[in-house]
Write a protein that binds this ligand. Structure first.
Ligand code: FE2
Length: 283
């Protein structure tokens, strides 16, 4: 197995592995280490079926069901992310976010496999929350370190729900859940339990305010932070190819699904895993 960094900041392409032929314990260890250090790992030309997808997921943690977008009964931890060629709505995951950060236990990461991809477009962007933390000025670090931020599930609740015509995957996602409007507090800065690196844990989709401050007083600070996180130096952009598989660390990154492939069908299969839970990241 070889690890090839994608940028000078994060992300790595893994070669020399065939996920269809089973995973030896040493390979699983190497994949976990690669994810811990590179945060997003890419494996090309894998064409994994559901069983191989489940096996890869278990390398990183316990498979978890997305309560707002469960998969089919046979394998509910596998969400199909689908946009048909004639759909003109927004796209699932269009907007910078970490998945489900408004839950008490947000998922630790995901495994996303390309099933049917457009000839061009439909890229996924990631940013490193560790890089964003590292490059913050010291006064901002002091303001954030040790402080909680409040998260709410805006797209899935009532109070902030987007107009129905803008909702992606309407038929297969749960909406209008009053519990999604409830604030959940998580540290604004978290520490990776393996590498000890600190990273921001805020995102513009779900983070409502900083603890100890109102929404209005938080807004200019959070908006400045969100702009800082998305600087090109903190980002990478993945172009999908047939059979590609990507694994990401959901606590140390944000991602963004680019909605630029109208007229083409795009289908992905995504599993989610829990690791040791957010308590291990409090540093
Ligand atoms: Fe997402």
């Amino acid at each position: 197995m070889e690890v090839h960094p994608i940028t000078g900041v994060f992300g790595a392409e893994i070669t020399g592995i065939d996920l269809k032929s089973g995973l030896a314990a040493a390979t699983a260890d190497a994949l976990r280490a690669a994810l811990a250090h590179h945060l997003v790992i890419v494996l090309r030309d894998q064409h994994i079926d559901v069983a191989a997808h489940q096996a890869l997921t278990r390398v990183f943690g316990t498979p978890a069901i997305n309560p707002y977008a469960p998969g089919p009964d046979a394998h509910p931890e596998m969400t199909t992310i689908l946009k048909e060629a004639d759909e003109r709505t927004g796209v699932f995951g269009g907007g910078w976010h970490t998945d489900l950060s408004f839950l008490d236990q947000p998922p630790g990461g995901s495994v996303l496999a390309a099933i049917d991809i457009p000839p061009y477009g439909g890229d996924t962007m990631f940013l490193s929350q560790q890089a964003a933390w590292d490059s913050l000025p010291e006064p901002m670090k002091s303001l954030l370190d040790g402080r909680n931020a409040a998260h709410v599930g805006k797209p899935y609740g009532i109070k902030w729900a987007p107009p129905v015509e803008e909702q992606a995957m309407k038929g297969s996602t749960k909406r209008g859940d009053p519990d999604a409007d409830r604030e959940r507090l998580h540290p604004a800065v978290m520490t990776h339990p393996v590498t000890g690196r600190k990273g921001l844990y805020i995102n513009p989709t779900y983070t409502l305010r900083l603890d100890g401050m109102s929404e209005a007083d938080s807004a200019p600070i959070l908006n400045q932070l969100f702009a800082h996180c998305t600087l090109p130096e903190h980002c990478l952009r993945l172009r999908w190819s047939s059979g590609m598989v990507v694994v990401w660390d959901n606590y140390s990154t944000q991602h963004y699904a680019i909605n630029d492939y109208h007229g083409f069908r795009r289908e992905m299969r995504r599993s989610t895993f829990d690791n040791d839970g957010i308590a291990a990241w409090r540093g």
